[in-house]
Ligand binder design. Structure first.
Ligand code: ZN
Length: 241
């Protein structure tokens, strides 16, 4: 599975979630060498970090070209980010809407921190491209997922390191249903099955309950988004066929 493969090296921000896994497939289709980076910041859904190696192994076994192009996986400890964040993602509190109109799962500036560290690592690894799963369409309004924020970060990294860095965000303008559809376009049903069965979205880290859209508590905002997206994806596919 590969289009016209560019000689560039890409570093994919890979959390073990649905979005970043689809982004990884997208990058493996396009770039000669692909490395991955994950962040350990004391997130409650640490199970994310545990599913990463299995996803990587399954993606390698899916396609020989992908196996040849997939390089090092890096996990960076960022506990300091958790220490300065008073949020439901890093503390054992109820997920709810906060006064500023954002859910209290919002870790202020999280993606800015991730992109800065990923940029530094990309520099060291000779990667010109960062690939990340930020999306404006059906997120919870996180301002660090917006296209303007990412473009500003791309400019800041390129200027600050005096090297052209491109941040690719293949999911920016599609919704969750579109992300499932993109997975199927990239790697067929087998890749879609990996995305459903192996990736993790649930904020509560629940992997004991299996639904048609994957594992999760089924109640938290991340599970609801994923379940609704999957239902819309199935609905669109039925209409098309
Ligand atoms: Zn959940």
């Amino acid at each position: 599975m590969g289009l016209n493969v560019s000689p560039d090296t890409a570093l994919v921000l890979f959390s073990g979630g649905q979005d970043s896994t689809v982004c990884l497939g997208w990058a493996l289709q396009r770039f000669a060498r692909v490395e991955t980076v994950g962040f350990d910041y004391g997130q409650r859904h640490r199970v994310e970090l545990e599913v990463r190696p299995r996803i990587l192994a399954e993606m390698k076994s899916l396609d020989a070209g992908w196996a040849a192009r997939l390089g090092n996986d890096h996990v960076l400890p960022l506990q300091t980010l958790g220490a300065v964040s008073e949020t439901a993602l890093t503390r054992d509190t109820e997920i709810a809407m906060a006064e500023h109109g954002l859910p209290n799962t919002f870790v202020p500036g999280r993606n800015l921190v991730f992109l800065a560290f990923a940029g530094a690592l990309a520099y060291r690894r000779g990667a010109r491209r960062l690939v990340a799963g930020m999306c404006e369409t059906d997120y919870s309004g996180y301002p660090d997922c917006r296209d303007d924020t990412i473009k500003a970060m791309q400019l800041a990294l390129s200027l600050g390191m005096d090297r052209r860095i491109v941040i690719d965000t293949p999911l920016m303008w599609i919704d969750k249903a579109g992300t499932f559809a993109l997975a199927e376009d990239i790697g067929g049903k087998k890749f879609l099955d990996i995305v459903i069965a192996e990736t993790h979205s649930c904020y509560l880290g629940d992997r004991s309950r299996r639904h048609d859209w994957g594992y999760g508590c089924g109640e938290c905002p991340a599970c609801r988004l994923r379940a609704e997206g999957y239902a819309r994806f199935v609905g669109r596919r039925e209409k098309r066929d």
